[in-house]
Ligand binder design. Structure first.
Ligand code: NAP
Ligand code: GLV
Length: 329
């Protein structure tokens, strides 16, 4: 019987991943580090049984409805907003993701961003390189404290709860809002249920976003929401760019409605160099690297590869996002 075929959609993965896939499948490695053109994704869905994409590769209904061969998408991401899940399900295509293993890396990075803005790390680094450290004078870089402040978390799942755990070490008060209340996590982490979004916005000194991008969360943070935040507060976006209305964020930062923002994600990605956000000194920005420690990068790739192989060899599949797809295979 012919071996199944898997499309590894980037050429930068740890060689272990291709080697593991090759034990079970034919592997087609795309020789590129950028997202494939849509027409290539459409074509490959009729030539390969499995895809190993990044979480920014759009796999929409056009791809899925015309796919004559695709059976499994092993997203190398926990977020699944890049895939049209109902279309995958009706076409019997299994979608898997990478929960759990990236939570600590993302929580570390959330604190890296928070502290970078609070204590002016990236701005003062830029200033030194621009030749501006000519005298001992701390006053241009006076920052905000993290300790004893209130950390608000929107989306109290895997990553949000790991962030709360770290906040305890900074003697922060933690409040959260999520789709559902989590009494056990509250007790374990000393976190308080905010009760509603408005309370979260009004009481947070640092507001961290850790929700998925869905119809409910798209555009969550706009002019009205920024206006409810404290003038000295900081937004940290570790979720997805479109959760924040980017023009409203620019206006809020430019007018000092809030003190600053530290964002790992934008809309679109990469952010165009002429985006006005990049002119602001009260913004820290990183290129969607929340999970990107070297170890977590490889662990996510291996988890995606294992799920693909399991789906194609009839073994139980971990981390299935749409188990209902099995009924349509
Ligand atoms: P998770 O464990 O599924 O947690 C998501 C949390 O968001 C859950 O607590 C969920 O509430 C809450 N939520 C969902 N919809 C909501 C809504 N409409 N209103 C309020 N809360 C809502 O996921 P995770 O592993 O923590 O990851 C969260 C997201 O982070 C991912 O989906 C991805 O978009 C993003 N992410 C970004 C990076 C990066 O590199 N920047 C890396 C990894 C992940 P319930 O628990 O009540 O369902
Ligand atoms: C990264 O953004 C992920 O969703 O894992």
């Amino acid at each position: 019987m012919a071996r199944p075929s898997v499309w590894l959609m980037r050429d930068y993965h740890d060689p272990k991943i291709e080697a593991y896939l090759s034990e079970h499948c034919e592997v087609v490695v795309r020789q590129s580090n950028i997202t494939p053109p849509h027409e290539d994704i459409v074509k490959m869905a009729s030539e390969c049984d499995g895809f190993l994409p990044e979480g920014i590769d759009i796999i929409d209904a056009e791809v899925l409805d015309s796919a004559s061969r695709l059976k499994v998408i092993g997203n190398r991401a926990v977020g699944t907003d890049n895939v049209d899940i109902p279309a995958a399900t009706r076409n019997g295509v299994i979608l898997t993701n990478t929960p759990g293993i990236l939570q600590d890396a993302c929580a570390d990075m959330t604190f890296a961003l928070l502290l970078s803005f609070a204590r002016q790390v990236t701005r003062s680094d830029r200033a030194i390189r621009a030749g501006k450290w000519t005298v001992f004078d701390q006053t241009p870089y006076l920052g905000l404290d993290a300790y004893n402040k209130t950390l608000g978390i929107f989306g109290f799942g895997g990553i949000g709860q790991k962030v709360a755990r770290r906040a305890a070490g900074f003697d922060m008060r933690v409040i959260y809002y999520s789709r559902s209340r989590k009494p056990e996590a509250e007790a374990e982490l000393g976190a308080e249920w905010a009760g509603d979004m408005e309370t979260l916005l009004r009481e947070s000194d640092y507001l961290c976003l850790h929700c998925p991008l869905t119809d409910e969360t798209r555009g969550l943070m706009g002019e009205e929401e920024f206006a409810m935040m404290k003038p000295a507060s900081v937004l940290v976006n570790m979720a997805r760019g479109p959760v924040v209305q980017q023009e409203a964020l620019y206006e809020a930062l430019a007018a000092n409605v809030i003190a600053g923002a530290a964002i790992d994600v934008t809309d679109p990605e990469p952010i165009p160099l002429d985006d006005p956000l990049l002119t602001l000194e009260n913004l820290v920005i990183t290129p969607h690297i929340g999970s990107a420690s070297a170890a977590t990068f490889t662990a996510m790739g291996m988890m995606a590869a294992r799920s693909i192989v399991a789906a194609l060899t009839g073994e139980p599949v971990e981390n299935m996002v749409n188990p209902e797809a099995l009924a349509n295979r």
